[in-house]
Design a protein around this ligand. Structure first.
Ligand SMILES: Cc1ncc(COP(=O)(O)O)c(C=O)c1O
Length: 412
């Protein structure tokens, strides 16, 4: 769509996944083939306008005054997200990133030397670094559940046996890692955690916005994600879900502030009753409002059709790439997510990505240091990741596969 042309998308009147309308509503679609949704999705117009409007309001009447004027819309961030995740607004905290939310959650656990953190070989790099840091500071033990020999991801029965053997202080699983399209069986793992009454933290950074996510079905106590990836929100955003069980047990972040607690006497503070205890006083209102708009947008598009189309587009891309000589696709599991990873012979990482960039195709690189276990198993040092979303087209998929084929032919 050309600048100035107005086409307001009313998804309530459109047939589900009216691709032309969804793309017209996404300014970035005019400029690039955006296959870096696992990095940051393209914002839809209403999200962008919401952020810009609020910044204008702050400039016009003052930041605190603008926040007061938009209190109802800010509250809708929690209401919309609660709808998306099958929980209540009081169980949700905004965070500056998924990693920020994760660190806050970890800081609420009173780790003692010898406590076990049970995780997987495909947990997100920053989570693994955080566990190593907890090991260094608090002497926790990190136990990695083995993968199933059939390549379907973590071996749930083996993981359950480790739960019974170690009674971990925390079970931590990344739903979809950053370095491949693997989808881990988080709900099956959750059933074991609930049966054994173990604290369960899920990193749903790459799955929220791509699949319907229900925290009760997963059975988690804590769940973290960002709004900028498959939810298509602005950068600098994330959130933490905290279960009623965890709130009632009195978990609170280590560095709680005047937003998360009341200083009720000179020597005493009381945490607030909701997940707001995991937030801070200062708050990026424009970003939060943009996130609310992004979540409402995702709900209007519908997570069921999104979950049908998005991994299917990725499947088409994976199939096309697998047929290209000198290309090796890397994603495991019976039904991979929309993260398509592959290596290509004859190219170095940076020049290969630069060649894709030069042809107008957005992508991302993953290196061994992002995935020590997974890339060692696959014997790769780096891979390129292409991550489509529902608003991408089959033609874009075929164009990207064609470009990779051309670059494979030109490799030295
Ligand atoms: C699986 C997973 N978890 C966590 C994160 C971290 O998210 P953030 O950059 O918002 O901290 C990422 C980012 O790529 C991710 O892919």
């Amino acid at each position: 769509m050309n600048a100035g042309q107005e086409r307001v998308l009313d998804l309530s009147r459109e047939p589900l996944l009216d691709l032309a309308a969804l793309r017209a509503d996404t300014p970035g679609c005019e400029a690039v083939i955006h296959f870096n949704n696992a990095g940051a999705g393209l914002m839809a117009r209403p999200v962008l306008e919401t952020v810009l409007d609020h910044l204008r309001l702050e400039a016009g009447i003052g930041g605190y005054e603008a926040a007061a004027a938009r209190a109802a819309e800010v509250a809708d961030f929690y209401a919309a997200l609660a709808e998306l995740l099958g929980t209540r607004p009081g169980n949700l905290a905004f965070a500056a990133s998924a990693t920020h939310a994760y660190a806050k959650a970890l800081s609420a656990i009173d780790f003692r030397p010898g406590d076990v953190v049970l995780t997987t070989r495909n947990d997100f790099v920053s989570n693994q670094i955080a566990f190593l840091s907890l090991r260094r500071r608090h002497g926790v033990r990190i136990v990695h559940a083995p993968d199933h020999p059939d390549g379907s991801g973590v071996d749930v029965e083996a993981m359950a046996a480790l739960m019974r053997a170690h009674r971990p202080r925390l079970v931590a699983v990344t739903h979809v890692p950053t370095n491949s399209g693997l989808v881990q069986p988080v709900a099956e793992i959750g059933r074991h955690c609930r049966e054994l009454d173990l604290l369960y933290l899920v990193d749903a950074c790459q799955s929220v916005g791509q699949y319907p996510i229900d925290v009760e079905t997963i059975g988690c106590d804590l769940l973290t994600a960002t709004c900028r990836k498959f939810l298509r929100g602005p950068r600098g955003s994330g959130f933490l879900y905290v279960s009623d069980r965890v709130l009632a047990a009195g978990y609170e972040p280590l560095h709680i502030d005047m937003h998360g607690a009341r200083w009720v006497a000179p020597g005493y503070y009381r945490p607030v009753g909701t997940a707001a205890r995991f937030e801070e006083w200062e708050f990026p209102y424009a970003t939060v409002l943009g996130c609310a708009a992004a979540v409402r947008y995702a709900l209007r598009v519908g997570l069921e059709p999104v979950a049908r189309r998005t991994p299917a587009l990725a499947g088409r891309l994976r199939e096309r790439l697998a047929a290209v000589p000198r290309v090796r696709t890397l994603d495991g599991g019976p039904a991979p997510a929309a993260l398509v990873t592959f290596t290509i012979e004859g190219w170095q990482a940076a020049p290969f990505k630069a060649a894709m960039d030069a042809r107008g195709i957005n992508s991302a690189l993953s290196y061994r240091e992002f995935a020590q276990f997974d890339f060692a198993d696959k014997e790769v040092e780096w891979c390129l990741r292409l991550s489509p979303h529902y608003y991408n087209t089959e033609d874009e998929v075929d164009a990207a596969a064609g470009t990779v084929a051309e670059l494979a032919r030109s490799a030295r």
